[in-house]
Design a protein around this ligand. Structure first.
Ligand code: PEP
Length: 228
């Protein structure tokens, strides 16, 4: 079971360190934990990853960080394809696939995010899968260090998770494309995590808002420890 936290543009370096010190005291048991803080709050921890980086060792990419900056903290995990980068920052599938290839070559554990917007979901499951297939273009879905995160755009940060039925059906369909772990993301919280991670084809969760409080996050790790 994997429980991952995405801080997005939240927390300072000082706040993140305080959070990590609390987390360091927790026995993760059989749970694989990953935490993605902002780039200004990277530290050396096995469970830490980057929310984003440019596919380069270094160079002239103003405002971006590259491999050299991640290596400084021994970072070996990265989020790629998050819906906020696709829809707010305008990252194309082509560029996302380029990033994927770069960090795959560098041996990173890649948390690759996919998910459909509301207008597509309203058209039904077949339309959703067609949409997700486009997000699979150029992506090695059998990369040994791939973790897929299915995050419907309409469920991210809205407080309204996809229904158990929707998660069950969509993950079963995604399973046909990969044998790697599939996480669900979108308004996961202590109140609904157990029902979600108990589902077949759900190998963990990627949590945004509800991970910002360290006690909430620890609570979710504890719940996940009880699930095979
Ligand atoms: C996310 O952005 O990855 C996410 C799942 O956010 P939230 O939990 O806030 O919906």
């Amino acid at each position: 079971m994997i429980v991952a936290a995405n801080f997005k543009t939240n927390k300072t370096r000082k706040e993140t360190l305080q959070y990590l010190k609390t987390l360091d005291e927790v026995d993760f048991g059989n749970v694989k934990v990953a935490v993605f803080p902002p780039a200004t709050a990277l530290f050396e921890r096995d469970y830490l990853g980057a929310q984003n980086a440019y596919p380069t060792i270094n160079g002239a990419y103003t405002g971006e960080i590259g491999l050299e900056q991640l290596n400084e903290f021994n970072i070996k995990k990265i989020l790629i394809g998050h819906s906020e980068r696709r829809h707010i920052l305008g990252e194309s599938q082509e560029f996302i696939a380029e990033k994927f290839e770069f960090f795959k070559k560098e041996g990173f554990e890649i948390f690759y995010c996919i998910g459909e917007p509301l207008d597509v979901r309203k058209k039904g499951i077949d339309a959703v899968i067609e949409y997700l297939k486009i997000q699979f273009e150029g992506i090695d879905l059998e990369y040994e260090k791939l973790v897929l995160a299915y995050e419907p755009v309409w469920a991210i940060g809205t407080g309204v998770s996809a229904s158990i039925e929707e998660i069950k059906e969509t993950h079963a369909k995604i399973r046909q494309f990969t044998s790697k772990p599939i996480l669900y993301g979108g308004s996961v919280k202590p109140e609904n995590i157990k029902d979600i991670i108990s589902l077949q084809n759900v190998d963990g969760v990627l949590v945004g808002s509800a991970s910002l409080d360290v006690n909430n996050f620890i609570n979710m790790i504890e719940i996940a420890k009880g699930i095979e």
